[in-house]
Design a protein around this ligand. Structure first.
Ligand code: AVI
Length: 319
């Protein structure tokens, strides 16, 4: 069995007491969307990706299957591939199968167990590849591990349209940070969800099985466990809708009754119908996205879409 040594920056998953209370005390109550991904939430998210209504995963996989060799050609030989939020690295082999002599693969994820396991699997599958996992919160600065061979180019891989979960100003900041990590001549391959029929978007975040509802409500269970909160999940409703003015899905938890909840010893009052905003998922068109990345020092070199124009994978180079 291949042994991979993990660079552990000991990230804290979740949110601090201050962050949670600040969000719940603001006029529009909110919680950081990273709280959705505890162990159970991550399992629910995997289930969401397999749902009939949740088109992004399948659309992105179709694009990767059809065009990964083109992508590898744009990336070129001897790259260092850095994957942000690698999770179970399911899409990575589609790319690795086509890359010309990659110097190393650096998956970065906050979830230590999943990172270790997926790194071991990849090291077994690609015995000649240096696999250098980094356990870190990739939104904070981190050091890249050293490699045996020098890379011709550093290329970041950020699939899954996760950039859409940042508000545009934060997305720009994050893209600049990736630019700093990749350096001059660097590249970035990322998945982006496109604007489309709002009913299709609505269905993707309101699935018939209620998996997205369970994913959203699980954040309250997490607060009960980690912040000694007293949320009754039956007194909140999952509510997700597409807001065309901001081109984003907004996911909320709406209080069904007037109620008081204790969170970390602090009393939080809810009116009937008042919501906690738990996630935003921005959708773009190609030109808006090009403007966004341009403002962050990147240039769209190439774009691939599926036959229904639902999703796009873009290869960006540093301007
Ligand atoms: C991770 N992220 C890209 C997903 C999305 O579509 O914004 C998270 C998600 N939330 C509800 N369903 C999926």
């Amino acid at each position: 069995m291949n042994n991979v040594s993990l660079h552990d920056l000991a990230p804290t998953s979740g949110a601090s007491r201050e962050e949670v209370l600040r969000g719940l005390r603001s006029p529009q109550k909110e919680l950081p969307c990273k709280l959705l991904y505890d162990e159970y939430g991550s399992q629910l998210f995997e289930q969401i990706c397999a749902l009939d209504e949740y088109y992004p995963t399948r659309a992105e996989l179709r694009i990767m299957r059809a065009s990964a060799s083109d992508m590898a050609e744009s990336i070129g030989p001897d790259c260092l591939l850095i994957e942000y939020g690698s999770g179970s690295s399911t899409k990575t082999p589609l790319l690795l199968d086509h890359l010309d002599q990659p110097v190393a693969y650096v998956p970065i994820d906050i979830s230590r167990e999943m990172l270790h396991e997926s790194s071991r699997q990849l090291a077994r599958r690609y015995p000649g590849l240096e696999v250098l996992p980094v356990c870190a919160d990739y939104t904070s600065p981190f050091e890249l591990p050293g490699t045996h061979r020098a890379a011709r180019r550093r290329v970041a891989y950020y699939p899954g349209s996760t950039l859409g979960n940042f508000v545009p100003e934060d997305a720009k900041r994050f893209l600049r940070r990736i630019g700093d990590v990749c350096g001059p001549g660097g590249g970035l391959l990322l998945g982006v969800d496109l604007k489309k029929d709002p009913l299709m978007l609505h269905r993707a975040y309101n699935d018939a099985l209620g998996t997205t509802a369970a994913f959203n409500l699980n954040v309250l269970r997490r607060l009960n466990r980690e912040f000694q909160a007293t949320f009754d999940l039956d007194r909140f409703r999952h509510y997700a809708f597409y807001n065309p003015v901001f081109a984003r899905i907004e996911m909320h938890l709406v209080s069904l009754v007037p109620q008081h909840v204790l969170v970390a010893g602090v009393d939080i009052a809810f009116e009937r119908g008042e919501s906690i905003w738990t996630e935003a998922s921005y959708k773009y068109n190609q030109s808006e996205f090009a403007t966004l990345v341009g403002a962050a020092g990147w240039h769209v070199a190439q774009t691939w879409t599926d036959d229904r124009n639902l999703f796009t994978v873009q290869y960006l180079t540093r301007t």
